[in-house]
Write a protein that binds this ligand. Structure first.
Ligand SMILES: [Zn+2]
Ligand SMILES: [Zn+2]
Length: 255
């Protein structure tokens, strides 16, 4: 396949194209293998480490590296050095360039009429149709079937963290006590991100206090209650990795 270099958009903003977050992207980019010991430690728990502190280095993928927990702890304890500095070997833009074509190839094997499109083409049809910039409208523009009759709602998905953070804090307290890094799994029978009815509205649990006072929000961040007793909540769905919320749309009129 050949293509002109000028037709490839910059991946500066799009380095994680198609990935849910930096963490998922970095793990995938590094092949789910510790970049220090290359898996020799046998530790299956993987952490995503900031090469430079978040404050200095920021959250871009080339500031992250996959380490197994053994290596990660050893690094923070000053026992090992990482042979890698930020952005040295991690050519994210090139990687995404390769990924795009590899993915396209795979998809073409399954769906014969898969087509490639670019950011700027989507932007172009969005402007031509006079539509605002939102994800669901992007999807409509990308699909290219502008004669389609559109629904008056869409499903909004949001991925939340799995129960995969470090169980204990890295620093061990005086007296050799390991401080727990996580609130208990279940608090008064509710888990984080359970779907609940609160004050007649549907929301998700975003915070739980041991006092039984919970924070309930909708997915767009609207606080339904900053502190409501768990007794007043009705559980309507157990937490899932993807939270789903039905959203109504005011359809724009265009000729
Ligand atoms: Zn390792
Ligand atoms: Zn780290």
């Amino acid at each position: 396949m050949t293509f002109r270099k000028s037709t490839i958009p910059k991946y500066q903003q799009g380095a994680q194209l198609g990935f849910w977050n930096v963490r998922e992207y970095v793990l995938f980019r590094d092949g789910h293998i510790c970049q220090h010991c290359k898996g020799k430690s046998g530790d299956k728990v993987l952490n995503v480490h900031h090469l430079e502190s978040r404050k200095i280095g920021g959250d871009a993928p080339n500031n992250h590296i996959t380490l197994c927990e053994i290596c990660h702890k050893a690094y923070h304890a000053g026992k090992i050095e990482l042979g890698q500095k930020r952005g040295e070997r991690l050519k994210d833009a090139t990687f995404m360039g390769i990924m795009r074509w590899a993915l396209l190839d795979k998809l073409r094997g399954i769906y014969p009429d898969v087509q490639n499109t670019y950011d700027y083409l989507t932007k172009c049809s969005r402007i031509r149709l006079g539509l605002p910039k939102t994800h669901y409208i992007d999807a409509y523009c990308i699909a290219g079937n502008h004669e389609a009759v559109r629904l008056s709602y869409y499903w909004y998905h949001k991925q939340v963290r799995k129960h995969n953070r470090q169980i204990h804090k890295l620093k061990i307290l005086k007296g050799g006590i390991r401080k727990c890094n996580q609130t208990p799994y279940m608090v008064f029978g509710f888990r984080l991100f359970d779907k609940v009815i609160c004050k007649g509205k549907t929301g998700f649990i975003f915070g739980r206090r041991m006092s039984g006072s919970f924070l309930v929000k909708s997915l767009d961040g609207e606080k339904i209650s900053a502190g409501i007793s768990y007794k007043k909540l009705k559980l309507i769905g157990k937490r899932q990795t993807f939270l789903t919320e039905r959203r109504e749309v005011v359809l724009p009129t265009h000729s």
